[in-house]
Design a protein around this ligand. Sequence first.
Ligand code: SAM
Ligand code: SF4
Length: 459
Amino acid sequence: MARPPAARASLDYNKSNVSGKTFYLETFGCQMNAHDSEKVIGALMARGYEPVDTPAEAGLVLYNTCSIRDKAEQKVFHRLQQFQREAGKGKIFGVLGCVAQQEGERIFERAPHVSLVAGSASYTRLGEMLTQLEAGNRRVTGLSLDIDQAFETPFTRRDNPHRAYITIIEGCDKSCAYCVVPFTRGPERSRAGESVMAEARGLAERDYTEIQLLGQNVNSYRDPSPAGWDFATLLARVAEIPGIRRVRYTTSHPRDFGKSIVDAMDSNTAICDHVHLPAQSGSSRVLAAMDRLYTRDDYMRRIEWIKTAKRRYAITTDIIVGFPGETERDFEETLRLLDEVEYDSLFSFKYSPRPNTAALAMEDRIPEEEKQRRLVILQEKQRAIQIRRNAEWIGRTAEVLVEGRNPALGQWIGRTSDNRILNFTHPGGNGDSLAGRYMPVRVTRSGPNSLVGESASMV
Ligand code: SAM
Ligand code: SF4
């Protein structure tokens, strides 16, 4: 799953604060967290809280945290230490998200100036928790995982004016041996199809043109209402909404990735030309140890469906190197997987031991230096593949959604349907006037991570 950089609540929206209550929220981790933060900000603003730019200006300082790897988890404790002295000056600190769920009340011991600890499954109780904090309660928790509702708020403060996230499924019922998500986000629960459709239609009415359907495993989606839609049906329906020009989805679990998803993509070009299908390893032996529920052959069958589809789809993945017991031979199988699939891009990680997970008890830990060596080899191989694949774009014209401008380079930043960054020059454009527009761009140059081109539009 693509991970945006840590996002801060920005100030470019209406400050109609009447209560004098201010907050600062910093987000770590994946798009699910980024979108949770948008909803938390919506809930806070609906209660009269005003967002501010720095923790120093805020009455309420919140960190929405990630614990997928140890490094991500440590970041929040650094942040909390940085501002420890501010506590007692009327500031309230809160830890939200995966570290909150994982560490629970231990956070109060490690960082005694924290007053709120709440995992994402408890955000439906956010209003009640804020009431307790406002009443002066200095130990407020939301740690139950028994919630069967999705987190819906009347108002979501969205970061991007053109692309909107919609959560369709929360939590995870799989039990990959390395992963904390089932412990931090709780059991899988899908939103009713009609509720997703209503949100998507509402976004189209407010001029959003791109929708990204989110979930730890979006394709495990099963509509709990009598309609009983599966993921392919939901995807097809969202893509038919008038005004919606692009639909993306992330992340797909290979075991639940049916051919019907490729068929839905083939039948509507509004569904973007991109599938993110995390392999984790190219070795069936390691996949079994990881409890991934598919073999390399199962995975390759899905790749074959995608590669023989009617349109050309970019394929990206996640790879973990150095899982306990991964031999040199297993690792070579992963390298061969890269050659066989020729991914358009990938996220690669060194295995990080996580609390509560089955892999913690496994033997044959791979030393850190060896994990690092494998990571570098993997990334170098992938870089060569990307250089080759991106060069194939030179001379082609692609439609981009313009995301912004890079004034230093004098270029506009566009994104293609297959999720490539395509920076381009446009003789007539000035100011922010192109952002949010869809434009044809002719590719003139390529690098390992992006393309460069010039506007092919006459405007
Ligand atoms: N549900 C998705 C799936 O099954 O592919 C993955 C979601 S997970 C939040 C995102 C990625 O983090 C995973 O695909 C995996 O590559 C990586 N990851 C998860 N746990 C990890 C760990 N303990 N060490 C290293 N990488 C990890
Ligand atoms: Fe984690 Fe596996 Fe669930 Fe993905 S499917 S969130 S990797 S447990």
